[in-house]
Design a protein around this ligand. Structure first.
Ligand code: FAD
Length: 414
């Protein structure tokens, strides 16, 4: 008899959840993690605050964000969807709250709380956690995994195995695509992997001046060959080389496609999406008149963060010292136009190193959506980002980890 019923490789969100569920069901579980700690990537989620799920009104709302592959999650979400995720974390002592855009976070605002509570719960249920334990390969006979071979040449025997090693993004957190290699060796198809939810490098040199600035409630629109193709409202961050933040990252997939096809690619940033051009221009006229002899910089301060004023003024050739009331109509219209549409030119996406997730991965055709079991290898299961599932920002990607982790854990324990 094996000393473990179940061996889970990868202590990220998917592996941790699968471990808790299987151990709760009475399985003897070992969780192997190559890092000196669990959930290194989980600690970074939501800028350290962990956007744990999305307060969606239906399972369909979640599945649709994953595109056509989202159908795979349908059955899993009916057993462990958003409501069950809420209950699970609240029972763990992690109350949740809904924020702007229906993003759900722990009330404590701490991803570390989430990681620590998951780990404590896993041990409380009798699971064995082994860190600093990189798995090198899976040894298999036809249609069966026999054991996990560790880098230090030791072996772990178990009746069943779950691969939860994540994708290729942020390799500095441990996700280096090892699981793809093992799945491929066992006959699985690995759909081409690409960085997704990536920061975007821009041509505009001025962005480095505003690096670190985060804009809320702005709109970013992608134009390909002059045609609007996608538009997002929300939060945008500036980096030393371009943009990131939810709306920048969410557009990155189509920006990448357009750049790869060498199409003309442009972004328009609307700093005042709540106002149409005419209303905005009227407001600016009022403010310029009210400001009278004060410098234009005083008016700009009411319209944008201070850090953005110098590059903005340069873009529309405004002298910040000029008296507000002396601005010509032409210049005022130019200012209003720029507030509604700052043009940005994407050059490239940052690669896996800085992309939040990986698109592509283990083909869903070869995994049973009701159990997460491999259709090719009897005692093998998959959970989390290793599967060919990816969604925009908003808590969807972690929800896919909780859902597939739960299903894999409960099925492997059965
Ligand atoms: C900066 C950042 C912020 C993010 N924010 C959010 C957010 O707020 N909300 C959201 O929904 N999603 C977010 N994501 C995406 C989310 O973190 C991932 O989708 C999720 O972590 C994937 O979980 P996983 O368990 O499948 O894999 P991972 O989290 O990648 O975990 C896999 C684990 O397996 C281990 N491992 C790999 N190979 C081996 C091996 N050979 N032997 C042993 N162990 C191994 C790794 O060390 C790692 O700990 C964010 C991602 C990043 C990078």
């Amino acid at each position: 008899m094996h000393s473990f019923d179940l061996c889970i490789i990868g202590a990220g969100p998917a592996g941790l959840l699968a471990g808790i569920i299987a151990a709760s069901a009475g399985s003897r579980v070992i969780l192997l993690e190559k890092n000196p700690e669990a959930g290194k990537k989980l600690l970074l989620t939501g800028k350290g605050r962990c956007n744990i799920t999305h307060a969606a009104s239906s399972a369909k709302e979640i599945t649709e964000t994953f595109g056509k592959n989202g159908r795979f999650l349908h059955s899993g979400l009916s057993r462990f969807g958003v409501a069950e995720t809420y209950r699970f974390f609240e029972n763990l002592g992690i109350p949740l709250k809904v924020e702007r855009g229906n993003r759900v976070f722990p009330e404590s605002g701490s991803a570390k709380d989430v990681r620590d509570r998951l780990l404590v719960e896993f041990s409380r249920k009798g699971g064995v956690f082994r860190m600093n334990c990189p798995v090198h390969a899976l040894e298999a006979s036809p249609r069966m995994v026999n054991r996990a071979l560790l880098k230090d040449k030791s072996v772990i025997n178990a009746s069943r195995f779950i691969i939860a090693t994540g994708g290729l993004s942020y390799p500095q957190t441990g996700s280096t695509g090892d699981g793809y290699r093992w799945a491929k060796a066992l006959g699985h198809t690995i759909n081409p992997t690409l960085p997704a939810l990536s920061p975007v490098r821009l041509a505009e040199g001025w962005v480095c001046e505003v690096s670190g600035l985060s804009l809320k409630n702005v709109r970013l629109t992608l134009l390909v060959n002059g045609k609007e193709t996608e538009s997002r409202f929300g939060e945008l961050d500036f980096t030393p080389f371009g943009i990131s933040g939810p709306i920048g990252m969410d557009l990155s997939r189509n920006i990448g496609h357009a750049l790869n096809r060498q199409q003309k690619t442009e972004l328009k940033l609307d700093l005042k999406p709540a106002l149409d051009f005419k209303s905005l221009d009227r407001r600016i006229l009022r403010e310029l008149n009210a400001a009278g002899s004060k410098p234009i910089s005083a008016v700009l301060e009411t319209l944008m963060p201070k850090k953005l004023i110098p590059p903005f003024a340069r873009l529309c050739s405004l002298s910040l010292e000029q008296k507000s009331a002396t601005l010509t109509k032409e210049k005022r219209l130019e200012l209003s136009r720029l507030l509604k549409a700052i043009s940005l030119k994407p050059l490239s996406l940052l690669g896996f190193k800085w992309s939040l997730i990986t698109s592509g991965g283990v083909s869903l055709d070869e995994v049973d959506p009701r159990t997460m079991a491999s259709k090719l290898t009897e005692n093998l299961y998959f959970a989390g980002e290793i599967l060919d599932l990816d969604a925009p920002t908003g808590g969807y990607n972690l929800q896919a980890c909780w859902t597939t982790g739960y299903i894999a854990g409960i099925s492997a324990a059965a």
